[in-house]
Design a protein around this ligand. Structure first.
Ligand code: FES
Length: 196
């Protein structure tokens, strides 16, 4: 278990970010591991971070740090989006009733644009980094696994919208941070539309 946990923590890929005038610009990373963080000053200030998602293909993700937290942006295929309603009976909070997201992300896909999930990459049980397991029927997780996140620390599972399953240690959906789109393919994390 310890090795699994350590590996799980290492799986978080910190993305290159450069800070310009208080706003960090994160380069496209997935599936490559890049590591460049906002300046210490920007981190303390909690500066918004810009992420270019134009090169993400279906299933790929880019990870970055915002306010000291790992945040992941995943591009979901249309078939993934279409399947999100199908597993709601297996979820604890399928309608996002708990305040784990801004109001504009309180929907079936928990995002502004269905194809992009923007999420704090931290398990809501005790804070481990869940593994991204997008493969349907992943043999490690069972033939009925529809793709999602698995936390190796104590076995919590989440779907591809970060919604927690029933019967696992975590009892809250993963957190959706405030975010907005600066243009079609640039996400600003840490800033709502009305704050821009
Ligand atoms: S920290 Fe994820 S299941 Fe406990």
């Amino acid at each position: 278990m310890t090795n699994d946990v350590d590996r799980n923590r290492r799986q978080f890929l910190t993305v290159a970010t450069s800070v310009v005038g208080g706003i960090g610009v994160a380069a496209f990373a997935a599936p490559f591991v890049l590591s460049l963080r906002p300046s210490a000053k920007a981190r303390v200030a909690g500066a918004p971070v810009e992420v270019d998602v134009s090169k993400l293909t279906d299933g790929e993700r880019v990870s970055l740090e915002w306010r000291g937290q790992p945040v992941t942006v995943i591009r979901r295929a249309q078939e993934v989006i279409d399947k999100l309603p199908e597993i709601r009976d297996r979820l604890r909070d399928p309608d996002s009733d708990e305040p784990q997201q801004p109001d504009y992300a309180r929907n079936e896909h928990r995002s502004i644009k269905p194809e992009f999930l923007v999420m704090v990459d931290v398990c809501t049980h005790l804070g481990c980094a869940p593994s991204y397991r997008p493969e349907i029927g992943d043999p490690r997780l069972g033939s009925d696994w529809p793709g999602g996140f698995n936390c190796a620390c104590h076995g919590s599972r989440f779907d591809l919208a970060g919604r927690v399953y029933q019967g696992v240690p975590a009892n809250l959906n993963m957190v959706i941070p405030p975010h907005r789109y600066k243009d079609d393919t640039t996400v600003v994390i840490g800033e709502d539309e009305e704050e821009a």
